[in-house]
Design a protein around this ligand. Structure first.
Ligand code: V47
Ligand code: SF4
Length: 379
């Protein structure tokens, strides 16, 4: 007789509450906030991994997605002062940072002429002089040069500032960007929504409700977006659950989120350097719980430039089904915060090898998770 997963946990004398969660997962039922918290407090890595794997195998079989993309970071000059940020420079110190002109950004785009990239990811600091008009021009120039590229850009933090400065409602501002070619929003700026944490780590930028409202508006205009959570600093487990719960509730309404991306706090070169980084075990537990709790998010992404490629590879056994992109050396957010990936770039072959080495099948996707190409395992 073949025993199901919950039978094995029963034999292993698993805690009663965890057993009942395993039963729910087995039946693909939603777990509550209280149960999510119990997973953080009591769930062992192997238990969480088994549940998370069960769900991702059910959803995606053996497939792991990746994307061919490149990043443009228009500037690292920023009016905000997030304490975890190693990357930004204040306007008065802008000579220590960078500010790219539209022409310089078009040079980056032109570098990829003839290459099979499908997406450009545009995100940076909040520069007081780079306004809505500037970014609309950038988007239309890129679209005119390379109509096949999917334009994913601007965190809710950048958008909130841009629209307020232009004295437009979120809907009006978003429509202008959409008309100029913007197709999706990345997930940055979410951090932790709970005000008692947000006030410690990033007090002066858009709050949790504002972030959610901007994404909801994008979804209402037919655009898609991603969602992130910055974990492993001063927050408690209950704040992670609250954050994921609010995202889950919005996803129930709009269905507009493509994926969820937990981002591990890195502590080099910022005002929170005294806080230790989370362990790999804690990182894997985080991914597994995200996979179990966020039942209406099909895709769970490990962003390897920040996590490091080995932990990213391990995460594939803990619910992750997406490794983001091949990315060139154009993102500095994590190398400046202490990631071991100083020049994050991986060729398609390297990325596929990393995936096949753990018995999974690499599938290239576009931004909206349409499958473009399946790569069979090489010898
Ligand atoms: O919001 C900043 C994070 C985010 C640190 O949507 C840090 O596909 C860890 O959101 N340690 C911006 N994290 C990047 C981002 C992103 C990245 C990749 C893909 C997508 C996507 C979105 O980076 C910020 C913040 O949460 N961040 N500093 C740090 N020291
Ligand atoms: Fe600015 Fe973003 Fe850094 Fe915050 S995380 S200081 S908003 S660049």
């Amino acid at each position: 007789m073949v025993m199901n997963m919950t039978g094995i946990f029963r034999m292993a004398d698993t805690d009663v509450q965890l057993l009942s969660i395993a039963e729910k997962v087995y039946n693909r039922e939603r777990i509550s906030e209280e149960e999510g918290l119990a997973l953080f407090e009591k769930g062992e890595l192997s238990f969480l991994g088994a549940l998370a794997n069960y769900i991702s195998n059910d959803l995606h079989k053996n497939k792991v997605y990746f994307n061919r993309n490149f990043h443009i970071e228009p500037t690292n000059v920023c009016v905000f002062t997030c304490n975890f940020c190693s990357y930004s420079r204040q306007y008065k110190h802008r000579d220590e940072g960078w500010e790219l002109s539209i022409e310089q950004m078009m040079d980056i785009v032109r570098k990829y002429d003839g290459q099979p990239v499908t997406e450009v990811h545009i995100v940076g600091g909040v520069h007081p002089k780079m306004n809505l008009e500037f970014f609309c021009e950038l988007l239309s120039r890129i679209k005119a040069h390379r109509p096949d590229l999917h334009l994913k850009g601007f965190t809710a933090v950048e958008l909130d500032y841009m629209f307020r400065k232009a004295k437009l409602t979120i809907e009006e501002g978003m429509q202008k960007l959409k008309d100029a070619g913007l197709q999706s929003l990345p997930g940055g700026g979410a951090e932790i929504f709970a005000p008692e944490v947000r006030n410690i780590i990033c007090a002066d930028k858009v709050d949790g409700d504002g972030w959610l409202h901007i994404h909801q508006t994008a979804h209402s205009l037919g655009m898609h977006s991603n969602a992130t959570m910055l974990y492993g600093h001063v927050e408690q487990y209950k704040h992670r659950i609250d954050h994921m719960s609010r995202l889950r509730a919005l996803q129930d309404i709009t269905g507009g989120f493509n994926c969820f991306i937990p981002l591990k706090f890195r502590n080099a070169g910022n005002d929170m350097s005294h806080i230790s980084e989370s362990t790999i075990t804690e990182d894997l537990r985080m991914y597994a719980i995200a996979r179990i709790f966020m039942d209406n998010f099909r895709n769970l992404k490990a962003y390897w430039p920040m996590l490091g490629r080995q932990t990213a590879q391990l995460s594939l056994s803990f619910g992750v089904n997406d490794l983001d992109g091949t990315i060139d050396d154009t993102t500095k957010i994590y190398s400046m915060a202490g990631s071991e990936e100083q020049t994050p770039s991986m060729s398609t072959e390297e990325l596929c090898d990393l995936i096949t080495a753990v018995g999974r099948t690499p599938v290239e996707r576009d931004t909206l998770y349409n499958e473009l190409k399946t790569y069979e395992a090489t010898a």
